[in-house]
Design a protein around this ligand. Structure first.
Ligand code: CAA
Length: 390
């Protein structure tokens, strides 16, 4: 049975900053951010968006009645969850009007959570071929104002439906994974910004890639020639390129050119959104599928997932026959076109705003947020949500 990605949707908040202006404000050469890091714009989440609403907005428009009838599992990958106990998946399950006969769970392992979710979903579909699983990958990446990681922040979510006979990407059975307990990036429960050993995290990202790539070749008997493209977890767009360069000499000139060209295309959305942690790999897949005109059904795409701490996985899939007809290119084009640039001062003001933590009530003004699903406020420690279309 073929199992894989049947639908893929995306959402990012309507506010962003220009990385040239962030560089100027920080007294850094703009080329460091736009070329050295490889980021042009960075999405900023207003208080009316959190990982729950970002995920719900990513899934909302792509679900139809058939999906609603068959989704019996919601898996939410995040490392910026809003509650230590209750799963973000449960809120999204209600906001999307999914049937109650369903499992709803949150998964955490840094930027790897959604990949674990996809592999668990695959097993569930193998046992229950009529089921569909909604996988959500949603995060707001925060390192802090004026920190080395600041230029690699971002906000957004990717929503995937995993099913039998998928219309976008059929997952191969061979998948390989690797775990090692390291401290390259982490966020203690008392902190709302991440701690990171930047250089070490870069080194480990690259070392894990080499490790799982070797494992994958051995297990699958495939090589670089079999890969039309490789998509990478993308904390910033230069990172994946550094990893790719480690293996390029395994291919001939045509392989090298193809993989580098597709890599550039796969950075299109990430370059303008920033790091969305668990969703980053799937945002780069979406960029490739929606922006590459020269990619055909039947082509094999490699996928490198990396979650600091750390777990790495390499897996692959084959593009379904009419995959292009099952994408939402116009919707995503519109989403980018309607975003609004904010100044660095506005971004800094936004960054330090938080919901009250003392049990008091705060009602937010959602009229300026174009998203359908918003946080409307908080009362007695309970976040309030609304779907404006209902
Ligand atoms: N023009 C062009 N390039 C320039 C430049 C200029 N004027 N000035 C500097 N550069 C280049 C540098 O040469 C460097 O390029 P290379 O890496 O290719 O050598 C690049 O810009 C970055 O410069 P620095 O290394 O000096 O940057 P930094 O130390 O200030 O910060 C960082 C970089 C460590 C990645 C930091 O942004 C960070 O800590 N980010 C968060 C951690 C992260 O994203 N790690 C990635 C792996 S971990 C992971 O993937 C999980 C996850 O999502 C977090």
């Amino acid at each position: 049975m073929k199992i894989g990605i049947d639908k893929i949707g995306f959402y990012t908040p309507h506010l962003y900053v220009d990385m040239n202006k962030l560089a100027e404000a920080r007294g850094v050469e703009p080329a460091k951010f736009t070329i050295g890091i490889g980021q042009s714009e960075m999405s900023v989440a207003p208080l009316t968006q959190d990982p729950v609403t970002l995920a719900a907005n990513a899934a909302l428009d792509m679900l139809d009645e058939t999906d609603r009838a068959h989704i019996d599992m919601v898996l939410f990958g995040t490392e910026s969850g809003i509650d230590h106990s209750k799963a973000a998946a449960v809120y999204v399950h209600r906001l999307l009007d999914l049937k109650p006969e369903a499992r709803a769970v949150e998964l955490k392992q840094a930027c790897y959570g959604a990949t674990a979710a996809i592999q668990l979903a695959k097993g569930h579909i193998a046992l229950n071929p009529d089921s569909k699983v909604l996988v959500l990958a949603s995060d707001i990446a925060r390192y802090g104002l004026n920190t080395p990681g600041e230029s690699t922040q971002g906000a957004g979510a990717v929503a995937l439906i995993i099913s039998a006979n998928p219309r976008v990407l059929e997952l191969d059975d061979e998948t390989v994974y690797y775990t090692s307990d390291i401290m390259d990036f982490w966020r203690p429960v008392y902190s709302n910004t991440a701690y990171v050993d930047g250089k070490f995290s870069n080194e480990q990202y690259m070392a894990f890639f080499k490790q799982v790539w070797e494992q994958y070749k051995e297990k699958s008997n495939r090589s670089i020639h079999d890969m039309e493209a490789i998509c990478f977890h993308m904390p910033y767009t230069k990172m994946g390129l550094k990893a790719l360069r480690q293996i390029l000499d395994e291919g001939n000139e045509a392989d090298q050119q193809r993989l580098q060209d597709h890599y550039q295309t796969s950075t299109t959305y990430n370059r303008n959104v920033g790091n969305i942690y668990t969703g980053s790999l799937y945002l780069s897949l979406l960029s490739l599928l929606e922006q590459a005109e020269n990619i055909q059904s039947g082509a094999r795409i490699g996928m490198y997932s990396y979650g600091s701490g750390a777990v790495g996985e390499f897996f692959s899939g084959v593009l379904a026959e009419h995959f292009r007809e099952n994408l939402y290119l116009d919707r995503h084009r519109e989403l980018f076109a309607e975003r609004k640039e904010i100044s660095i001062a506005e971004y800094e003001e936004q960054f330090v705003k938080t919901l009250p933590t003392d049990g008091s009530t705060l009602e937010l003004d959602i009229t300026k947020d174009p998203a359908s699903i918003c946080v409307t406020g908080i009362t007695e420690h309970m976040r309030q949500y609304t779907n404006k279309n209902k």
